[in-house]
Design a protein around this ligand. Structure first.
Ligand SMILES: C[S@@+](CC[C@H](N)C(=O)[O-])C[C@H]1O[C@@H](n2cnc3c(N)ncnc32)[C@H](O)[C@@H]1O
Length: 243
């Protein structure tokens, strides 16, 4: 309970994470690697170049490295997190750590076989009062991130998103021809189910997902219609966190 904020909205603030990572050593949101290893192994090869978004102080990259994955680049917008993780894993040459915002990745196009995120996109949704009606700001945030993910993926590369959110609420963001990927979904967990989305770059959306995209584009209230709206405060946000 020590790290639970007074308001959920704090989960979307870099100050909250910086403060938390000053003392918290390790925490894995949505369970540790062993819980969904069987699903990752289907889609990630040990020699793949992997980018992890919002790595936090999770053991995931370290555990994957121990399991034989050789090249994992990790980013987080908390500088406290990145310094601590770089020190903790200084003897693992295949792991690298970068202070970076996931909406503005400083990697060239097509630089990774796999982009992985666990609970990081969930963290940006916390300010929303209801998953039915997401604010233009959050929709824009999501779109910027997904555009960057798609840009950095190689053809045939996979974006793997591990989430609390079920397909009804999450697929509406991922099902877009703009990102040029297909979507597969899986679940893991006992009792409470978590969701794993695997987007493969260069594959077409299934007819069902293409129909979902069409429906959302025709809906004047849909957040996907707002994805290209620029927000002045995004620029302020990026400069505030110094990346
Ligand atoms: C809920 S935690 C998940 C941590 C880790 N992925 C895990 O599975 O335990 C969300 C993480 O995303 C990071 N984060 C949030 N927004 C970010 C952004 N725009 N760019 C990069 N990292 C971000 C936070 O600093 C935090 O470490």
């Amino acid at each position: 309970m020590e790290y639970v904020p007074d308001q959920n909205a704090r989960y979307s603030e870099v100050d909250y994470w910086d403060e938390r990572y000053k003392t918290e050593q390790c925490y894995d949101w949505l369970g540790c690697f062993s819980k969904f290893k069987h699903l990752l192994e289907k889609h990630v090869k040990q020699e793949d170049s992997i980018l992890t978004l919002g790595c936090g102080n999770s053991a995931l990259s370290g555990d994957m490295y121990s399991a034989g994955y050789q090249s994992i680049t990790n980013i987080d917008y908390s500088s406290v997190c990145i310094s601590a993780m770089a020190a903790k894993y200084s003897d693992c040459p295949g792991l690298s750590w970068h202070h970076m915002d996931m909406r503005q990745l400083s990697f060239p196009d097509a630089s990774f076989d796999v982009v992985l995120e666990k609970a990081t996109l969930d963290a940006i949704m916390v300010e929303e009062k209801t998953p039915w009606e997401v604010s233009p700001k959050t929709a824009c945030f999501m779109h910027k991130t997904l555009t960057e993910v798609s840009r950095c993926l190689k053809h045939g590369g996979r974006f793997i998103s591990v989430s609390f959110a079920n397909p009804f609420f999450r697929k509406r963001y991922y099902a877009s021809t703009q990102y040029n990927w297909s979507i597969r979904t899986y679940t893991y967990g006992e009792g409470f189910l978590y969701h794993v989305y695997v987007m493969t770059k260069g594959e077409e959306l299934s007819p069902e997902d293409a129909a979902l995209e069409k429906k959302l584009l025709e809906d004047p209230e849909s957040p996907t219609r707002l994805t290209t709206v620029p927000f002045a405060d995004d620029a302020d946000f990026l400069s505030n966190i110094g990346v």
